[in-house]
Every structure is written in C-alpha cells, then in structure tokens.
Design a binder for this molecule. Structure first.
Ligand code: SF4
Ligand code: SF4
Length: 324
C-alpha cells in the first residue's frame, strides 16, 4: 500500500476532488452545538479534529425511516429512486468498524437490497483520531473498510488508497499529493482503553450491577440510537382509506418496553431484562456467530446516557479485561 502526503494547506483542494465522487458529507456542528455528519457545502463547516458525532454514520445506510413499498389495487411498487452517491469524509476507525459490522449483517447470506444499494453509492474516507475518556476501542485498524485513509501528521496527512475507488481518488488528487514525507510520521493510531469480557459465554446473570443499572435506567433508548452497530428495526404498514397504503421500515429500540411484545406477551418486561439483552447481544450474541463483538468501543452510549451507565463497569466487575 503506497502512501503519499497531503499538506494541510491543500485539504480544501482535496475536498473539492472528493466532490467528483459524490456529495460531500462529514462531521459538522449544528446551531445547537451537536456534532453530526451532514452535507459540507463550505470546508469551514468541517470538523477534522472532532471526538465523535452524536448519531453514527449508520444513518446513511439504514435511514431512520424509509418507505419499502407502496401498494394499491393488488399491486405493489418499490421506490424507483436510486440512492445518491455520497462521500463520507473523516470517519474514525471505530465508525469504520461499525460499518464493517453492518456490512456483515446486511450484505451477508440474506442481502438487504436497500442497504446494498446505499452501500454501493457510499465512498468512505477515514481519518485518524485521538481518544477521550469515553473511548474504549482496541487496536483500531485504519485500513479496515474504507476507500482511503488520512493519517494526521504535524503538517498534514499521510494518504493511503485502500480500494479501487481509493486509487481513483488518488489519481484525481494527484496534483495535490506529494511523495510521502517520512520526516513527518503520522501519529500512531491510538486506541481507547480496550475492554472485553474474557469469557464469550459470560452471562452476568447474577451480577448485582445489572440491578444497579436497571434502577437508574430510564429506558430512553439513547444508547441504542447512538450506537453505530445497533440496527433493530420495525416494519409497519399504513393503509389508506382508498385501499392503497405504504409499508415503512424504521429504527426500533430494544430498550423500549414494546420491543419484546409478541402477541400480547412480553419477553423482556423489565428494564433489567432489556439492558441485559442489549449488552449481551453486543458481547455474547454476535461473537459466536462471526468471531467479533458488535461493540466497537466508540463510547457514545456512555457519553449520551442521561444517568451515566457505563458498560465498562460491568465488564470489569465481571472479569473483563482492559488494555491501555
Ligand atoms: S455499545 Fe456503546 S461503545 Fe459499543 S459500539 Fe455501541 S455505542 Fe459504541
Ligand atoms: S441511555 Fe442510559 S438511561 Fe437511556 S436506555 Fe440507555 S442505559 Fe438506559
């Protein structure tokens, strides 16, 4: 993998080159002070040294609400509009790992056509980051799942092309890239305090921390909404009086009491049940199937929880391992 160098003063020019591949989106801040991935019309809007966005990039692949089909007179039609081409710029390694996880779920044996169509139109450009106290990713892999990656150096960025599309970006920006400046090594990719339960079969069933958390959890669902790998959804139909109707898919949330309701029964009636369900799915449910946990250590769930519930407390108490 050949690297080249992009001086910081040329970043705006590089962003213009990225626009050749689709509408440019990246981390910005709203008037309300919320960091969010959004369209970038002016490079001054872009945050390159942000910590985390509130909502992860999953919103580009799994929209909060989407129409799957409409029906009328015994026939149905799927939306004909193709998804737009988007370049998602300045993704951190944890968010790239989150997208890699969603790819496993939605591009696996039963490919989700909507996800696949959006994913094919998404160009991913990663950037190195600096962890804060909320981060607990471990061993971030910059090369994972992006088309190109920028590793920050003192005066600019080391650019790596990682896919054919990344090579196209390199070709388009050739006049801005110079031979890799070895006198300006990239800062080593940093990880947070990685944490994982040592025993993949761990169930935490008798750990008193579950009850402690359940006593304060308000079931707001923010931890799931903000999680880059939470993808629960519901499918609903809304019939109209004229015989037609639409079928939509929208985010669901396993912290909500309704999530476990089936035919009048509720499989997870208490907050303790629901908290345990979510966390065990992250660490013990997916791992035996795919060999990885579905937590990428982005720290969002702790950062947004209004009562400060922190997964790491539980893992450490239950024999988890922290690396530094
Ligand atoms: S469980 Fe928390 S730390 Fe892990 S990926 Fe989800 S939001 Fe991030
Ligand atoms: S964000 Fe905190 S309070 Fe809200 S559902 Fe999640 S754990 Fe409970």
């Amino acid at each position: 993998m050949e690297k080249s160098f992009l001086e910081a003063t040329r970043l705006n020019g590089f962003l213009e080159k990225l626009r050749l591949f689709g509408a440019l989106h990246g981390p910005t801040v709203t008037d309300a002070g919320v960091t969010t991935f959004a369209p970038v019309t002016d490079p001054a809007q872009l945050l390159t040294d942000y910590r985390r966005t509130q909502i992860p990039p999953k919103k580009y692949l799994l929209p909060f609400r989407e129409q799957l089909l409409s029906y009328r007179d015994g026939r149905y039609a799927e939306p004909a509009e193709a998804p737009p081409a988007i370049v998602l710029f300045a993704l951190h390694p944890c968010d790239l790992a989150g997208i890699a996880y969603l790819d496993r779920v939605f591009l696996g044996d039963n490919t989700d056509p909507g996800y696949a169509a959006r994913r094919a139109r998404l160009t991913l450009v990663g950037i190195s980051c600096e962890p804060d106290d909320f981060c607990f990713c471990s061993a971030p892999d910059a090369a994972a799942n992006c088309d190109a990656f920028l590793a920050t150096t003192k005066n600019g960025y080391l650019f790596s092309a990682l896919t054919a599309r990344g090579e196209e970006i390199a070709a388009a920006a050739a006049d801005l890239l110079s031979a890799s400046d070895v006198s300006q090594p990239a800062a080593a990719l940093q990880s947070g305090t990685g944490v994982a339960p040592q025993d993949p079969e761990l169930r935490f069933s008798d750990n008193p921390l579950w009850q402690k958390f359940a006593d304060t959890c308000v079931s707001c669902g923010a931890c799931s909404v903000c999680c880059p790998t939470c993808y629960c959804f519901d499918v609903r139909e809304y019939p109209a009086l004229d015989g037609g109707g639409v079928r939509i898919r929208e985010w669901d949330n396993c912290l909500f009491a309704t999530h476990g309701e089936v035919a009048g029964a509720n499989f997870r009636p208490t907050r303790l049940d629901r908290l345990r369900y979510r966390f065990l799915h992250k660490y013990c449910g997916f791992t035996p199937l795919q060999g990885i946990t579905s937590c990428v250590g982005c720290g969002r769930c702790k950062a947004v929880c209004p009562v400060g519930i922190d997964l790491r407390e539980l893992f450490c108490a239950a024999g988890g391992e922290m690396s530094s």
